[in-house]
Design a protein around this ligand. Structure first.
Ligand code: 5RP
Length: 234
């Protein structure tokens, strides 16, 4: 990751953390950008600027980071609402529809992010795209025994599915939920994200796909202009 990208992620993470108010239940997303937001929420808590925060993690990574930065965690069985969720994205279109799942965490992320009264997306400017599916493959989480028929069904719909393989691990990536991830290419991108989101989730064996249509409330975009980092809201 270049220094400029790291700086953008850091500043956008800080801007989102600054929106969190004392007494809130906060959805803690997954990925390298959200990691900065979790760090800054933790720092605000430790300094006494924020009080009485409870975090809802969306992944094993979020649990580890929340513990590292001293954010108390609760489960969805212990609360009846989520005030705000902060999470990254892999691709964002002009309507604030997202592709997520680059970290294979989109199922838990969608549960938490869509429950939040306010869902803030944190991205660097490289994630913006005119049409979903043109810069990032669409992740689909699948029950292991259903992978072959799901891949055939996706191919029939015109997608090109590819089972995600591990890095520094032999064999496929296994999600936090014990499932596999199929990354799908759609030639020409995704024409109707909200429709495709539902259609894919209707294939038996699919747990959840990475299209988040109409879920984001605010997209914070980190940019570097003339070597200076800034954050704008979409
Ligand atoms: C994980 C996700 C992440 O939020 C997404 O991949 C963005 O990550 P990063 O901030 O590291 O670019 O959806 O499943």
């Amino acid at each position: 990751m270049s220094d400029a990208v790291t700086l953008m992620k850091q500043e956008v993470g800080r801007a989102a953390a600054n929106q969190v108010q004392s007494g809130s239940i906060v959805g803690l997303g997954t990925g390298s950008t959200t990691a900065f937001a979790i760090q800054f929420i933790g720092e605000r808590l430790q300094s006494g600027e924020l009080k009485d925060i409870r975090g809802i993690p969306t992944s094993f990574q979020a649990i580890v980071l929340a513990r590292k930065y001293g954010i108390p965690l609760v489960g969805l069985d212990e609360v009846d609402h989520v005030d705000v969720a902060i999470d990254g994205a892999d691709e964002v279109d002009p309507q604030k529809n997202l592709i997520k799942g680059g970290g294979a965490a989109h199922t838990q992320e969608k549960i938490v992010d869509s429950l939040a009264a306010k869902f803030i997306v944190v991205v660097d400017s490289g994630k913006l795209s005119d049409k979903l599916g043109t810069t990032f493959l669409l992740p689909v989480e699948v029950i292991p025994m259903g992978v072959a028929p799901v891949m055939r069904a996706i191919a029939k719909m015109g997608g090109q599915p590819d089972l995600r393989m591990g890095v520094k691990k032999a064999g496929p990536v296994v999600s936090d939920n014990g499932n596999l991830i199929v990354d799908v290419k759609f030639d020409g991108g995704i024409d109707h994200p909200a429709e495709l989101e539902k259609t894919l989730n209707n294939i038996p064996g699919v747990v959840e796909n990475g299209i988040f249509a109409g879920v984001a409330d605010e997209v914070l975009i980190g940019e570097v202009i003339d070597s200076k980092a800034s954050v704008r809201s979409m």
